[in-house]
Design a protein. Structure first.
Length: 409
C-alpha cells in the first residue's frame, strides 16, 4: 500500500509541476500515447524481444555496450529500450541500436501485465538503480530472466533496513545481479541474495568505445588554436561560483570550454555576461574569428565526450550540489580531473582520487593550489599513464554479462 501511494503521489507531483517544469511536462506528454504507439510498433512482430531499461542518459551509456554486444551476438532479436526520464528518452529516442524506444509506464500491476504481454520479452536487463516492483514481479511470473547490470548498493538503502522487507522482495524477482564492486556483492549476500557476481562497471567499456571513435569538431580545433584547453563538463551554477573567478585569472594562458549540464537560456546568458566579452556560444561561431575568445560555451548536447579529447584538464560538475557527473568520459583521455567535494558515492571517483589523478576541491583556493601542482608536464604525464592503466584494468564487464546471457538464453 505504501509503495502504491508513493507511486501515486509521485505522479501527482509530476502533473502539478508540469505547467512550470519542462521535464515534468515531457514526462507526461511522452507517455500520453504510449500504449497505442507501442501496440502499433509491435503489431505483427514475430521476432524474439530483449528488453533493456534505463532510468536516464547516464544509465543508457552504461547499458549501451551490452545492448550493442547483444545485438551483434543475437541479430534475430528485436531490441526494446525504455527510459524513465526525459533526459534519456529525448536524447536517445532515435537511437539506431533499438527497434522500439519508449517511456516506461507507471509501475502498476495493470501496466506491468500489459507491457510484458505486448513485448513478450525473452530477456529483461535493468541498468544500475532500476528496481520496480510490479514490472520485475510480472517478468518473474512469466519466467523471463531479468538481470541487473552495473548495479551498486550502499548500507543506507531500504533493502538493508530492518523494515525493508518489501524492497528486499523486489530484489528476489531478479535472476542475477552484476554489481560494480565487491562491497555491493557483500551487501546483497548479507540479506540472502546469492545470485550475484562482481562484473564491474560497463561504463569502462563504453568510454573505451567512445575514445576509439571520437568525433572531430573543427570549430573546437579552431578555437583551441594550439593552446591548452580547460574543459568544464556538465556544470551547474554551484560549480561556476568557484570556476568563474578561476577562468578570469587564467584565461590569458588557457582556453576554456563550458558545457552546462542543462541547456537553459538564462544560464547560458549568465555565463556569457560573466565572461565579460571573452565568451562565444558554439551556435554562434559560424564565420567568426575565434582568436579573440577565450571561452567557448556549448549550447547543444551530444558532443561532450568528444570535447574531452581536445582538452588538457577537466572539471567535472555536480559535486558541489546533487552529485558528481561522469568522470570516466574525461579520464579515458588521461586528463587531470577536478570536482567538488560530494563524490564519495561514486566508486570510480574514489578510485581516481586514491590514484591521485582526480582532485576534489572545496573552494577556489584549493582549486588554484591543486592546479599549480598538476600542470607541471611530468605530473600531467604521470597522471595520464595512471588513468589509462586504471581504465584498461577495469574494462570487461560487458563480456562477463554476455557470457551469462549466452548460458541462459
Amino acid at each position: 500500500m505504501l509503495y502504491n501511494l508513493s507511486i501515486w503521489f509521485y505522479w501527482l507531483f509530476v502533473r502539478l509541476a508540469s505547467p512550470f517544469h519542462k521535464k515534468a511536462k515531457l514526462m507526461l506528454e511522452g507517455r500520453k500515447n504510449l500504449w497505442p504507439e507501442l501496440e502499433a510498433k509491435l503489431q505483427g512482430n514475430t521476432s524474439p524481444v530483449a528488453w533493456f531499461h534505463c532510468a536516464s542518459l547516464g544509465e543508457f551509456e552504461q547499458g549501451r555496450p551490452v545492448i550493442e554486444a547483444f545485438a551483434r551476438q543475437y541479430p534475430d532479436y528485436k531490441i526494446a529500450l525504455s527510459f524513465f526520464s526525459p533526459s534519456g528518452y529525448e536524447v536517445r529516442k532515435n537511437y539506431a541500436g533499438a527497434h522500439y524506444i519508449f517511456y516506461l509506464p507507471k509501475d502498476s500491476a495493470k501496466n506491468a501485465r500489459k507491457l510484458v504481454a505486448l513485448l513478450k520479452p525473452k530477456l529483461a536487463v535493468f541498468v544500475k538503480y532500476e528496481f520496480w516492483h510490479y514490472f520485475t514481479q510480472e517478468l518473474k511470473t512469466n519466467n523471463v530472466p531479468v538481470i541487473s547490470i552495473s548495479s551498486i548498493f550502499r548500507e543506507g538503502q531500504l533493502f538493508f533496513k530492518p523494515y525493508g522487507g518489501f524492497y528486499r522482495n523486489i530484489l528476489r524477482n531478479f535472476s542475477w545481479f552484476f554489481t560494480q564492486n565487491v562491497h555491493s556483492e557483500t551487501l546483497l549476500k548479507s540479506i540472502g541474495i546469492t545470485n550475484v557476481s562482481v562484473a564491474g562497471d560497463t561504463r569502462f567499456d563504453r568510454v573505451l568505445q567512445t575514445a576509439a571513435g571520437v568525433k572531430q569538431i573543427p570549430v573546437v580545433e579552431n578555437f583551441k588554436a594550439g593552446r591548452e584547453v580547460f574543459i568544464i563538463g556538465s556544470s551547474w551554477p554551484e560549480d561556476m561560483q568557484v570556476l568563474v573567478p578561476f577562468i578570469k585569472k587564467h584565461q590569458a594562458e588557457l582556453k576554456f570550454i563550458i558545457a552546462p549540464h542543462e541547456i537553459h537560456e538564462t544560464e547560458i546568458a549568465k555565463l556569457s555576461s560573466e565572461s565579460a566579452g571573452t565568451a562565444i556560444r558554439f551556435s554562434e561561431v559560424a564565420n567568426r574569428d575565434l582568436s579573440d575568445y577565450s571561452v567557448l560555451i556549448i549550447d547543444n548536447i551530444g558532443i561532450l565526450s568528444s570535447l574531452y579529447s581536445y582538452s588538457s584538464y577537466a572539471f567535472i560538475g555536480g559535486a558541489f550540489g546533487k552529485g558528481l557527473h561522469n568522470t570516466l568520459e574525461a579520464a579515458v583521455f588521461g586528463l587531470p580531473l577536478f570536482f567538488g567535494p560530494k563524490y564519495q558515492k561514486f566508486q570510480e571517483a574514489r578510485d581516481l582520487v586514491s590514484l591521485q589523478t582526480a582532485f576534489p576541491v572545496n573552494n577556489l583556493s584549493e582549486l588554484e593550489t591543486v592546479f599549480e601542482n598538476v600542470k607541471k608536464p611530468a605530473t600531467k604525464n604521470a597522471i595520464a599513464d595512471r588513468q589509462k592503466i586504471y581504465i584498461q584494468e577495469q574494462a570487461g564487464a560487458t563480456q562477463k554479462i554476455m557470457d551469462w546471457i549466452s548460458a541462459t538464453l
